[in-house]
Design a protein around this ligand. Structure first.
Ligand SMILES: NC(=O)c1ccc[n+]([C@@H]2O[C@H](COP(=O)([O-])OP(=O)(O)OC[C@H]3O[C@@H](n4cnc5c(N)ncnc54)[C@H](OP(=O)(O)O)[C@@H]3O)[C@@H](O)[C@H]2O)c1
Length: 274
């Protein structure tokens, strides 16, 4: 496994996404993932599966200390009392005393950063999160959050795959020394129109999904693909034994022009334009 370091956080460069994984499917996916070598799990209060993620962790038999666990607080819980309550509930469901990384899942435009960011920082000061960060922040929001934070924001978790151009927000995150955690790293399987992924994959004996993940890894991002299928779990981890050439990376970069955004809920910010 490769790692990305940011502000003292040492983050395994592939994680297991768990959105939509519920009940025993989630327990088994987490258990299998950890047993085949994953060391990074991504959940959120909103996913309603923290209890099952914790169960999968315990069922796997792996040592908790070796696993990097992220959870998130959603946009309607960003005032101090609600933030604390959400975090306490997450930890109780996970049956853990701390998470490795705690994120603001989405900003709430009605709550100023001078309120939400201190609530996030308190989690780190209290030892309930080893590191803190954000998700779905734009370049402007990053600058505003960094202006008030007392703790380093170690990552920006954003949608990233070959079909979206995120150059501006990636550059802004890097300017602040933040890691990029790439969600929807295989565009939820909507890889149609990306013949280049297939063609390049064939040249390396890899699938289109693996090429998408490898592209992100070579850009220095941390993909967190979601799957409960054992073969896909293994395949998604198996992206460190080949390298895309500069020409192949350039070919995949061309797909950015699609600018396909998979996740765009009503509470989304005004995104950076390419
Ligand atoms: N911060 C945020 O706002 C935010 C938003 C969205 C997602 N996320 C996080 O990012 C994670 C990943 O994003 P996502 O779940 O939306 O989408 P994703 O990981 O891009 O795609 C998941 C889909 O891809 C399929 N898949 C996985 N591996 C495959 C493989 N090797 N070959 C073919 N198909 C494969 C899965 O089907 P199978 O089950 O059949 O393999 C599933 O349908 C989430 O689970 C969540 O943890 C965060």
């Amino acid at each position: 496994m490769q790692f990305i370091d940011a502000h003292g956080a040492h983050i395994p460069q592939i994680g297991l996404g768990t959105m939509t994984l519920k009940e025993d499917v989630c327990v088994q996916a987490v258990k299998t993932a950890l047993q085949v070598g994953y060391t990074h799990l991504d959940t959120a209060a909103f996913y309603g599966n923290e209890k099952e993620v914790g169960e999968g962790l315990r069922a796997s038999g792996v040592k908790r200390e070796g696993i990097f666990i992220t959870t998130k607080v959603r946009e309607n819980n960003l005032t101090p009392d609600l933030f604390q309550k959400s975090l306490d509930e997450s930890l109780a469901k996970l049956q853990l005393p701390y998470v490795d990384l705690l994120l603001i899942h989405w900003n709430n435009k009605d709550i100023p950063f001078s309120v939400s960011i201190p609530a996030l920082c308190k989690a780190k000061k209290d030892g309930l999160a080893k590191h803190v960060g954000v998700a779905n922040f734009t370049t402007k929001m990053l600058d505003e959050a960094w202006a008030v934070t007392t703790e380093p924001l170690v990552c920006n978790q954003i949608e990233m795959h070959p079909f979206i151009n995120q150059d501006k927000v990636v550059a802004a995150s890097k300017k602040h020394g933040m890691a990029i955690v790439a969600y929807c790293p295989i565009a939820r399987g909507k890889l149609e129109g990306g013949e280049a992924l297939e063609t390049i994959g064939k040249a390396h004996g890899k699938s289109a999904a693996q090429v998408s993940l490898r592209y992100l890894v070579q850009l220095g991002a941390i993909p967190i693909p979601r799957t409960a299928t054992p073969d896909h779990l293994k395949a998604n981890l198996n992206v460190f034994d080949f390298k895309l050439s500069d020409a192949e990376m350039a070919e995949l970069k061309k797909l950015n022009a699609n600018n396909m955004r998979v996740v765009n809920p009503p509470h989304a910010p005004v995104w950076d334009t390419p």
